[in-house]
Design a binder for this molecule. Structure first.
Ligand code: ADP
Ligand code: MG
Ligand code: ZN
Length: 470
């Protein structure tokens, strides 16, 4: 028996970061009260006419270029007709036969995932189900989206996860979308089938209702196994749209998938063909700059940092820029990377601050790291004063004022150790009987007494001497 292989293709919808909607001048934002950001155009009143938002086209072209797509000089808007309460017009304006861009790729390690097409389309409204009614909010109707469709090139749930992470990094780097999945700015619908290697692809099923990237991976894992089980039992797989049940962690069949004919696509009569001149494209190319993968490679070479570190540092542009600003002053890649990745990110995380809003200037962080490098303060102390530095206080002043200089003196540390060993007679006894794990406890006590100021290396050395003496 040949082994099964999963085949996955991804359809992603990404909300573009424009001020206004795709075909009218209503503002785009997610905080406002329901139905306050609407007008006759996006509410679908008869007799209104759409006017294309140039900024959305710019961002879509930038997306296409970053993914190596060819941008079509002429693309056509189409009507996709279907009935749904959140779609008052009865059709969605999208692009069908002639999309904005085609034939790109996203490089993932040694593999490329081919991008089949990228097109522009408008979002629909949102239904809100309450206990006794279903409400409609049209704030989102007409918000600009790009749809990015891959070829069926992904072969595992894990790879699907990585694809989304890498793609999101790029979108954020080039500033076309915040791509926040929780806010619905980033939605993905994987298509998945299984087959035996060497045989034709199987029938695909599409999964919807995925609210996090983890759920994409989880649902794919589940569905792949499900399909293999069905084939093993000799059952036929039907084409279907599935919903991911977050609670039960299973996929449920929603409806038989519509076929293309059901939508009765035709060219949008209210919009002319979209003609994109070369100058428009080259202008967008200028905004792209260094992309995450290139940046990782360069940072790896330039600073000799391990791949894991570079992976995280380059995952957000703001973080990579910040790191490189700090490194220019500290000139110590390892110490700087370590401190930023563990201590700074830890601090920001605890306070729910995004790296884009990092309150610590790169000058101040460099100063702090330099104090550590010169041996004036310990890393523990450096970490503990991040809140003050976040308030804009210069590190050197904070250290002076609070008397946080490292305690190096053998005498001072000796005395502290002696006190502690006198206090914890029982622990010392158990340590001597072989409970060597208590060593860290003693180190911890010394650090506590010195408020983290004692040089950990000196403490370790002296503590050993003391314990061996007793
Ligand atoms: P449709 O036109 O119905 O949306 P497409 O051919 O455009 O279908 O494909 C939709 C998505 O399904 C694409 O991302 C594509 O890569 C993926 N896909 C196509 N065939 C398969 C398959 N056999 N297994 C898994 N995914 C597939
Ligand atoms: Mg499709
Ligand atoms: Zn509007």
């Amino acid at each position: 028996m040949r082994e099964y292989e999963a085949v996955i293709g991804m359809e992603l919808h990404i909300q573009l970061k424009t001020m206004t909607k795709l075909f009218c001048s209503c503002p785009v934002e997610s905080e406002s009260e329901a139905n306050t950001l609407i007008c006759p155009v996006c509410a679908g009143f008869p007799g209104t006419l759409p006017v294309l938002n140039e900024e959305a086209v710019k961002l879509a072209v930038r997306t296409a270029l970053a993914l190596g797509c060819g941008v079509n000089r002429i693309s056509i808007f189409s009507r996709k007709n279907y009935f749904y309460p959140d779609l008052p017009k009865g059709y969605q304006i999208t692009q069908y036969e002639h999309p904005l861009a085609e034939n790109g790729k996203l490089i993932m390690g040694n593999r490329a995932i081919r991008i089949r097409r990228i097109h522009l389309e408008e979002d629909s409204g949102k239904l809100i189900h309450t206990k006794d009614a279903t409400l409609i909010d049209l704030n989102r109707a007409g918000v600009p989206l790009v749809e990015i469709v891959t070829e069926p090139d992904i072969r595992s749930a894990k790879k699907a996860y990585t694809y989304i992470i890498r793609l999101r990094e790029i979108l954020r780097y080039i500033g076309v979308s915040n791509a926040d999945m929780e806010k619905g700015e980033f939605r993905c619908e994987p298509n998945v089938s299984v087959h035996r290697k060497g045989e034709p692809f199987g029938t695909r099923r599409e999964i919807k209702n995925l609210n996090s990237i983890r759920q994409v991976e989880e649902s794919l894992r589940y569905e792949i196994e499900q399909q293999i089980n069905m084939l093993e039992k000799g059952k036929k797989i039907r084409r279907a749209t599935l919903l991911w049940d977050v609670k039960e962690k299973i996929t449920r069949e929603m409806r038989m998938k519509e076929t293309e004919e059901d939508y009765r696509y035709f060219d949008e009569p209210d919009l002319p063909p979209l003609c994109i001149p070369d100058s428009f494209i080259s202008e967008q190319r200028n905004y792209i700059g260094e992309l995450p993968e290139e940046r990782r490679e360069r940072m790896h070479k330039q600073y000799g940092l391990p791949c894991n570190d570079v992976d995280t540092l380059a995952s957000r542009k703001a973080l990579a820029d910040y790191f490189e600003d700090v490194i220019k002053i500290t000139k110590d890649p390892r110490l700087t990377a370590g401190f930023i990745l563990v201590e700074l990110l830890g601090f920001l995380n605890e306070n729910s601050i995004k790296i884009e809003n990092n309150p610590i200037s790169h000058e101040h962080l460099s100063e702090l790291i330099t104090l550590m490098k010169k041996g004036i303060i310990t890393r523990t102390v450096a970490r503990s004063i991040l809140p003050q530095i976040g308030e804009g206080k210069p590190p050197t002043k904070v250290v002076k004022k609070l008397g946080l200089e490292k305690i190096e003196g053998k005498k001072v540390i000796d005395n502290i150790i002696q006190d502690i060993l006198n206090e914890y007679v029982d622990e010392v006894k158990r340590y001597r009987e072989g409970k060597s794990g208590l060593f860290d406890f003693f180190v911890g006590e010394v650090m506590k007494t010195t408020k983290g100021k004692a040089n950990p290396r000196v403490v370790g050395k002296l503590l050993k001497e003391h314990l061996n003496k007793i």
